[in-house]
Structure formats: C-alpha cells, structure tokens
Design a protein around this ligand. Structure first.
Ligand code: ADP
Ligand code: MG
Length: 640
C-alpha cells in the first residue's frame, strides 16, 4: 500500500529556500502528482508559479533534475537565482564550447548538483544522449511545453527529440511538462509527443477575474491613448509592433505630459535593464514596448496593458495582457483596433510566408555565409549576425527573417536569441604544475595570484570572469589583462574563451542540396493554414461586439465560464440596467420562442412574462448586435 502523501517536507523547502509561507493554487497538487512518480502536465497562466512545481520536488528528492527550456537568457536567469539560494545548478546550451559542455556534463554526473538546465537543441546531440544514462535523475522538467506542438504558436522541432531521452534513462523518472498556453489540441499533443505513460493534466483556471478586457475601435489611436492615459491611474505597458513606433509613441506621450519610456530588443542590455528597473520601481509610469518586453517582469501592480497593434494569436494576447493586475486589484487590458488593421494583418501573412523558392535561396545563402560544405555541419554551432548576413547578400530583411523562421520550424536549423556570453577561464594544469610555472615565470606570478584571488572553481570547470574587474583591481589596462590571458592560454596553462554577444545558428541536419530541401507544398500550406486559423481567432475576438471577452479568451483555452460582467461587451449590457440573470433569462425565452415561430416585436413582447420595458431592452440589444434579424414584414428571426 502507498503511504499517504505528506506535503510537509515540501512546505519546509518552500519556506527554507524561498521564504514563502504557503503554496499557490495547484502547486501542491502538481507536486503531489510528480512526487508519486507520475508524468504530469501542469497548466497555469504566466505568473502562476510554475517553476516551483519542479524546483521544490527536485530539492526534496535525491538526484538531479533535468530542466529543458528554450530561451537561453531565461535559463541563465534561473540558474543564477538558484545559485544565489545556494542550490547548485548548471547549464548546457549552444553558447558553450564542446569542451565546456563536456565538463558541465561530467560535473552534473559526479558533482552534487540539483539542477541541470539544457536548451532543447542539445538534447539530441550524441554527447548528451551518451551521457544522459549516467545522470542520477530525479525528474525531467519541460518548461514552455507548448513548443513541442505544431498546433502551438511557438513550435520548436528540437522539442520533439525530448521523448527519445526515455530510451536512455530509468523508466522511474517522471516527466513534468509546464505551459501557460493550452488549447485542447496542444494539451493532447504535449502528452502524446512526450510519450506520457498515462494522461495526466492538472490545470488552474485561466480566468483573470480582476482584468477588464476592452476592445476599442478607434481611428485615431494617438488621441485615444493620450486621453485614456491622462485619465487612468497607475503604471502600465503599451505594446506596439515595431521598434520605430515604440519610440514615436513614447515621445508622443511625454510631449503630452505623461511619464513614459520605450523599450525594444535593439537597445543595449545596460539600457534595457535601466529602463526596466525605472519602470519597475515606478519612476517611469508607462513603458512603450515591442513584445521583447516581458521576460522576467516581476511587477504585480500593473494597472493597464494596452495593445496598439493586434497580436497574431490569442496566446500572445493573453500572455501579454496577463501582465496586468497580478496583485489581483482591478486592471485593464485594452486592444486598439482600427478598420485598417485587418488588411494590414493579411499583408503580414503574405510576408510571414515567403515563396518556397525564396526560402530555399535563403538556406543556400546561409550555408554559404557560414561556409558549411554540402553533407556536413550537423550539430555545428555558428555565431550569427543577421545584419551582416542580409547586407552581404543584399537580402530583404523581413523576408529573410521569415524564411529563417520557416527553416527553423521545419527543423533544418535552430536560431537562438542574441545571447551575452561572458569570458570564461579554466585551468588545465594541476595546482602543483601551476606553482612550478609561477616559480619559473615570475612575470606571470602577480596576474595568476590575482585570478586565483578573484574567482574560485577554475581548476574543475570554466568560470565566468570579467576583464574589466581584473583591470580595475590590478590597475592594469584592459588590454594588458587580455594579453596575459592570451599568453597563459598559448602556454596551455589555462583555456580562455573571450566573451561575446551574439545570436547563434545551429545546424540540426547536415547541409542538404537544394533539391533535397523538402518544403513540400502540402506542408507549407498546412503551416500557413494553422497560422491563419490562429490569426483569425484573434481577429474574431477584436471584431465581435456581442460575446463576453473573457468567455472568448477562456473558450480558446477550452474553459467554460460565465460572462465576466466587466469587459466592454458586458458593460454595454449592464447599461441596460438589467441584472445578468434577468438578461439571460429573457434572452433564453426569446430564443425559445423564435425557434418555432416568427412574431413581430409587438407580438413577441406579449408572449413573454416579463415587464415590457425589460423585454424591449433585451430585444433592442439583440437586434443591435445582429443576434436577431427582421425580415421585410418585420418578423423576427434568430440568427444562426
Ligand atoms: P510562471 O513560470 O508560472 O510564469 P514563475 O514560476 O516565474 O511563474 O513564478 C511567478 C512568481 O510567483 C515568482 O516571482 C515566484 O517567486 C512567485 N511564487 C511562486 N510560488 C509562490 C508561492 N507559493 N508563494 C508566493 N510566491 C510564489
Ligand atoms: Mg515560467
């Protein structure tokens, strides 16, 4: 018989490491399921607290937890948070050299690490698969699990290789998959593609009761924004599509006396950190941003999120608007929608799906740019600078970007976000040999001592260093420090990897001949269709004026709900001065009557046992919202 599950040890860990007194909704249930050794899919909106559902059980159990997550920046962020809590954690991603990855894996196998974070494209490499069996795994956690589904909005083929891990590891190790984006189709797909041993989904409601969803059909978005922000209280986000618009809109707000700043991925890390920090502490009231703003936002009192442009899926919209009101106090999510937006969106589709021949051109140009010969390149990692690439081959930027996206979705290459890799140093001689070297080469003695004083762990692994800091500490120029490092490296005392900031391209397959590059028309259309379906659901959301916004959003995620009473559609109805209950009751009666006869308005009112006044209000609302039609003889019909 199974002993009863005891949550206490898990609670103690929660308090000891994170200082939280209790679990958030569903965290306990997910932990219980995982602790029972069951494959588990956990669904919670962003900010629901998904990380702790694998971090807490991993700490309670013996062994190491393998975490798969797609964004390297987020991975680094989590690792440094864990390490600052004195929980030993290590990462493997494509920004690391083969040697570094090898050392990290050995450490994960023999060291007492609790977490090994791995980016998905590393899972299928021979090195990883070869060693995975030797990891003493407690748990495999798959974050952003929707990336495994072609039905999802962020499909990454490398996620499909995760299930093959099961061939190399003990069958006892449970998989925990987590996502904030879960249409019914994606949910099924995740469990299927991860080869869940049994179906097991735990979900919290995605209902954000304190958010008022509003769609504003306005021609003049600027005027609307200024008017609204002058009236609104508190701090918020305005999302716009382009970097250029970010700056323009922020300037517009500032010139109207509203505290605002802009943010996008084209700014330096320092500047972005500064802008984000200033907004977080409330110095800047409004941040105008592209969708680059979001990662790692930890601000609960966001009063409004306004979308200047319509996002291309409900998933994106829900995620971005969901940054409002984490403190559970009233907040607004506003979508600005003008008639011109629809045709612009159709245009987006055309750009997003370049002709197949263009995609193949891009592939060949990329291989030539990176000098990958035919038949080779598999698992190779290259630094990649998009603007060098397009300027060298005189390629159109957007079409090229989208062609690369397509090649990624088809599993030929993987392209990472731009990542910031610090310089790293690893001593490759023993302490004794180092000592002998110091004695024989006095001129290096001071520098080596400085290194050893400043950093620890360099004998067993690559350790991030900062040339700037060393230069300050030693009053030597940055270049002198660099020269020392290069020389020690050439004497084979250390391995030195200078830092850099770059995006990477990883070849998941060897370079193929043009004709072997399979982008079948069927598949191409299929991918395009799925994109269009997602886009159309978003347009429906914006276009509709008779369905509760919350109901529409939740329905998309497979959740049934009552109308919220606070979105623009519900407010319209509220103005009728009827309770929601009365409104629905009368609506149902009208619907029933119109199902078998077609009276005119006057006859209809008589048929219903409510005050005439109220019936007329509901009837007028239904006519205004095209739920009921009148024919030439003024007879009423229920539409659809
Ligand atoms: P998600 O991955 O679901 O978006 P995170 O795991 O990043 O969410 O957690 C969101 C925030 O909630 C973090 O700041 C985290 O520290 C906090 N949090 C998580 N669990 C708890 C808890 N039990 N009590 C209080 N705060 C929590
Ligand atoms: Mg998360």
């Amino acid at each position: 018989m199974q002993p009863a599950f005891n949550i206490e040890p898990y609670k103690q860990i929660l308090t000891k490491y994170w200082g939280f007194a209790s679990f958030k909704p569903l965290q306990e249930e997910i932990i219980k399921s995982v602790a029972g050794g069951r494959d588990t899919l956990g669904l919670m909106p962003t900010g629901g607290g998904k990380s702790l559902t694998f971090q807490v059980p991993a700490l309670a159990h013996e062994g190491i937890c393998l975490v798969i997550t797609p964004l390297i920046a987020l991975m680094k962020d989590q690792i440094s948070r864990l390490n600052s809590l004195e929980i030993k954690s290590i990462a493997i991603h494509s920004g690391m050299s083969g040697e570094e990855i090898d050392i990290a894996l050995e450490n994960a196998i023999y060291g007492d690490y609790k977490f090994l974070y791995v980016s998905p494209e590393r899972i299928s490499t021979r090195m990883f698969q070869g060693k995975a069996g030797r990891l003493n795994l407690s748990l495999v956690a798959i974050d952003e699990a929707h990336c495994i589904s072609q039905w999802g909005y962020d499909f990454r083929p490398s996620y499909l290789k995760i299930a093959s891990l099961r061939d190399h590891i003990s069958a006892k190790v449970p998989f925990i998959a987590l996502t904030a984006s879960a249409t019914p189709q994606v949910i099924e797909d995740i469990m299927l593609k991860l080869a869940f041993r049994e179906k097991n989904v735990l979900r919290t409601s995605f209902d954000r009761k304190n958010i008022s969803y509003l769609v504003r059909k306005v021609e003049d978005k600027s005027a609307y924004l200024i008017k609204t922000l002058l009236k609104a209280k508190g701090s918020g986000i305005v999302y716009v599509r382009s970097r250029k618009r970010c700056k323009e809109v922020a300037e517009l707000l500032v010139s109207n006396g509203i505290s605002a700043d802009f943010y996008h991925a084209g700014l330096t890390d320092e500047l972005r950190d500064k802008k984000q920090a200033s907004w977080t502490i409330g110095e800047t009231r409004v941040i105008v941003s592209t969708n680059a703003f979001g990662m790692g936002i930890d601000k609960s009192e966001v009063r409004f999120v306004i979308h200047w442009d319509i996002p291309d899926s409900i998933e994106n919209y829900f995620q971005e608007s969901g940054r409002a009101g984490r403190d559970n106090k009233p907040a607004f999510a506003v979508l600005l929608y003008s008639p011109a937006d629809k045709s612009r969106l159709t245009d987006t589709i055309r750009k997003k799906f370049p002709p197949v021949e263009k995609i193949k051109d891009t592939y060949e140009a990329l291989c030539n740019f990176l000098q990958v010969p035919l038949g080779s390149g598999k698992d190779n990692v290259f630094d990649f600078n998009m603007s060098d690439f397009v300027s060298k081959f005189r390629l159109p930027v957007i079409e090229t970007f989208n062609s690369l996206q397509f090649l990624q979705r088809e599993g030929y290459v993987e392209i990472t976000e731009e990542i910031n890799n610090p310089s790293r140093v690893h001593f490759i001689v023993s302490r004794d040999d180092l000592y002998k070297f110091q004695v024989a080469n006095e001129s290096f003695d001071g520098f080596i001592k400085l290194l050893l004083r400043s950093y620890t762990g360099m004998f067993s692994e690559f350790v991030p260093i900062n040339e700037e800091t060393l230069s300050r500490k030693s009053a030597a120029s940055r270049n002198t420090i660099y020269q020392y490092l290069m020389k020690l490296s050439s004497y084979k005392i250390i391995r030195y990897i200078p830092g850099k900031k770059t995006a990477l391209v990883i070849f998941t397959e060897e370079r193929l001949e043009r004709k072997a590059l399979l982008i079948s028309p069927d598949n191409y259309l299929h991918v395009k269709e799925k994109y269009e379906v997602r886009l159309n659901r978003m347009i429906e959301y914006a276009d509709s004026d008779n369905r509760c916004r919350s109901v529409t959003l939740l329905d998309y995620f497979g959740e049934e709900s009552d109308r919220c009473g606070i979105c623009d559609v519900c407010r319209d109805r509220n103005e009728l001065d009827l309770s929601k209950y009365e409104f629905d009751l009368i609506l149902e009666e009208i619907k029933t009557i119109l199902a078998d006869k077609n009276p005119d308005a006057e006859e209809l009112v008589k048929l219903i046992g409510h005050s005439e006044d109220k019936v007329i209000k509901v009837l007028r609302w239904l006519l205004d919202h095209d739920k009921i039609l009148k024919d030439d003889e003024m007879k009423l019909f229920w539409k659809s």
